[in-house]
Every structure is written in structure tokens, then in C-alpha cells.
Design a protein around this ligand. Structure first.
Ligand SMILES: [Fe+2]
Length: 189
């Protein structure tokens, strides 16, 4: 289940707020300029669907978002459970960074945690199936796919060539609970 945990950036041991409720997650993220939506789960997709089938299944929502925000291109990224040697890939985006473009992801299957740093706090969002998140350009953030990554996500871009990570060299990410720790929380009562 999707989950949002908000902690002070200098006190990762303090939980200011935690919610699993989609409209509450969206409202809290809106305060820092982040778009969060849950798209209807009415698309029956096989686990091994190809990118064209996935994009076609969500064509209406994607068209709306592209029209609203001007995104030019969409693609699909998938990491299946059991993929070998994922540690370097995990580590890269586990370091705090920024992009000059929005980072937009819609989760078709699996999960991952986005960490958004704004206003002296860190917003950890556990995104799962049917969750859309859009991280505005220049927002400090990082992403944890977990020790055994498994996800399939649609990515939207304004300019795919411009989507490069600029690392802040701030070690903040290491102090915060991992995606796997948050998944344990999100499965809780
Ligand atoms: Fe990023």
C-alpha cells in the first residue's frame, strides 16, 4: 500500500506524519509542489506486458498529463525480481540529486521509495502499483529501489537528453530509513 512518511531533515528518527491514505498523501505533497495521483486500476495487464501494451493501457491518463504539463515523450522501465548486479544501479540514485527536468513516474507494478527534501523536511513516498508521482525540476531528492528491486514504471519527459542527475554530495540519504524498512511499515496495521 502507498505510504508517506514525513521526518525533519536533521532528525530522521522523528516521524512528524505518516499516512497511507491517497488523498492525504496527495494533499501533503501538494504543499511542496509535488503531484501525486492514484490512477484507476482497471487495466488488466500481464506481468510481462511489452512497453507498447502498457503505454496503450494508460493512454487516456498519459495524454491528460502530457497536455497539462507539456511532457514530450514516454517510455517504460522494468526491473524484474532476481535481476543480478542491481546494487550499483540502486546506489546511484540513492544519493541526493537534482534534475533540470521534472522526474515523472507511474508505477505499473512493484514499488520504490522517493525521498523529497523540502522546507527542512524529508517526504518519503512509497510508490506502488497505480501511483503517479511528479518531482518538480530542481527538487532535492533520491530514490531507493530496495535490495531486491522489482518495479515497472512509465516515465514521462520534457527532454530525455536533459534528464541527468546533478549530485549534491550531501550524505543525507544514508541517515533515512530504506525502502525495505518502509515496505515493512506499509504492510503494517
Ligand atoms: Fe532523480
Amino acid at each position: 500500500m502507498s505510504l508517506l512518511c514525513i521526518r525533519p531533515e536533521d532528525r530522521p528518527d522523528v516521524l512528524d506524519e505518516m499516512t497511507r491514505e491517497g488523498t492525504r498523501i496527495a494533499a501533503l505533497l501538494r504543499t511542496i509542489g509535488v503531484r501525486f495521483e492514484r490512477w484507476p486500476a482497471d487495466h488488466a495487464l500481464a506481468a510481462n506486458s511489452d512497453p507498447q501494451t502498457i503505454l496503450a493501457a494508460y493512454a487516456a491518463e498519459l495524454t491528460r498529463l502530457q497536455r497539462d504539463c507539456g511532457y514530450q515523450t514516454a517510455d517504460v522501465v522494468r526491473i524484474v525480481r532476481g535481476t543480478p548486479d542491481t546494487a550499483p544501479m540502486r546506489q546511484k540514485f540513492l544519493n541526493e540529486h537534482r534534475h533540470s527536468e521534472d522526474e515523472v513516474r507511474f508505477f505499473v507494478e512493484g514499488s520504490g521509495s522517493f525521498y523529497l527534501r523540502a522546507g527542512g523536511r524529508v517526504f518519503q513516498v512509497v510508490c506502488e502499483r497505480d501511483d503517479l508521482i511528479s518531482v518538480p525540476a530542481e527538487t532535492r531528492h533520491w530514490f531507493d529501489m530496495g535490495a531486491s528491486p522489482h518495479f515497472c514504471a512509465i516515465r514521462l519527459f520534457n527532454n530525455i537528453e536533459g534528464w541527468v542527475a546533478r549530485f549534491t554530495d550531501d550524505p543525507i540519504a544514508a541517515r533515512f530509513p530504506s525502502h525495505d524498512e518502509a515496505l515493512a511499515l506499509s504492510a503494517g496495521p
